[in-house]
Design a protein around this ligand. Sequence first.
Ligand code: NG6
Ligand code: CA
Length: 515
Amino acid sequence: MLKQFLLAVVIFSLLVSCKTEIKKETSQLTEKDKQKPNIVVIYVDDLGYGDIGVNGAIGASTPNIDKLANNGINFTDAHCSAATCTPSRYSLLTGSYAFRNNAQILQGDAPLLINSDEATLPKMLQKNGYKTAVVGKWHLGLGDGEVDWNKEVAPGPREIGFDYSFLIPATGDRVPAVYLENQKVMNLDPNDPLKVSYKGKIGNLPTGFENPDLLRQVPDGQHNKTIVNGISRIGFMSGGRSAWWVDEEFPDVLVGKAKKFINENRDTPFFLYLAYHDIHVPRLPNEKFLGKSSMGVRGDVIEQMDWCTGEVVKYLEELGLDRNTLVLFSSDNGPVLNDGYQDESVEKLGNHKPAGPFRGGKYSALEAGTRMPTIAYWPGTISSKTSNALWSQVDLYASIAALTGHDLDDREAPDSFNMLDVILGKTEYGRKEMLEESFTLSLRLGEWKYIAPTKRNPKWIDNKGVESGFSSEPQLFNLREDISETKNVAKDNETLVKEIQERIKMIKEKGSRLL
Ligand code: NG6
Ligand code: CA
């Protein structure tokens, strides 16, 4: 009983000290900090902690990203909110954990996941004088469930706060394989209407399961539907031929649209959410990058994505905007090698470690699922360092609110903490407690990491070469002694496990900031 009481006191004081510290630090914002800098969030898909040079990559070189890390802050304990894409993106844009909206990987014809009346990061920035844009992978659903792709698609990014949008609507491996600009399919010929189905085949375009001879990469049983550009996708599509994308053009197209938005808004504060398709499957590098790395196409698209990053940062410099722009670089979930197509990523990996020192990867409850390569770069404001502070992308909402002088009300971004001083490198005192979502929930508390029991088969992602970390038993790891989560000490710490379980229940019921 006494032990339990003492533990509760320890946890409580950890949390209280964390909050007080954040409050105190916030008031140190200088006038310069409040001048509404531009904000560019560069969001990579499926990039692992160990996939960039500064974090030990050996199979691909990333000089442009390394430059940002060496001249900014390289975070060692920064997280996306979940181990898959849609939930992480949902949290980044709303400041809410994804389970609150049951956010899960969406198909390409899913309705918009975020309600038009929900508070979002871009809406909050619009209210504070920003022009806002999303360029790249969306994967948050579009329309109301009955989309006619030949008309304007709404609701979409505009309804949740983006003035401009240029989208890969879901993922590169899902139909529709077309771009949408400001919610209209680009280059569509009205005489060749575009239709999409996830229920069964429509039209007579070849599919991977019927015409494997037409394929450039061998797909699994999900990725074997309509063939576009020699690659079969998840889902069926017919028509719209003049609008089909060419995967190899993604880097030039996305960088081009990003630069155009930056240039057009150079005289007003802007927020650019630049979400690459890379390094998700299908991995189809542009010929400029094909064969450049030593580990096959996965390494080539890492180098391609590094080039894109360099192009955007150089453009900010060219326009003289770099000293007034906060660039945040991160990824939406951990790494995976085989995620639907046989593309030699497994065979050519060599000694490269996509997850760095961590165990797990995409989909996994282990640290590599959410611990992301993360960099903050702002020449003249942020100085060079490595930071071990714990924080999450769900915190971007409250942190950016603080940066732009916006006060949050209680219902806004309920899981988002103001980590601005962590992001600006003024403190390494980050979160003491943080939820991680996968196909179960985990909680980081100080040096501890708890993974809730789940009935999901622990071996379900074995064929992807990723350890799930799932177990029907509660798991507790001490990350200070055991960074790779190999020794489950839950049985030796039953009281702590109970406290953490209680804590998760409270976060679920009330929202993290209201506790
Ligand atoms: C999975 C797909 C995977 C990938 C993922 C989404 C199968 C078997 N696997 O369902 O290939 O598309 O969804 O990735 O279909 S994410 O990064 O957008 O979350
Ligand atoms: Ca992803």
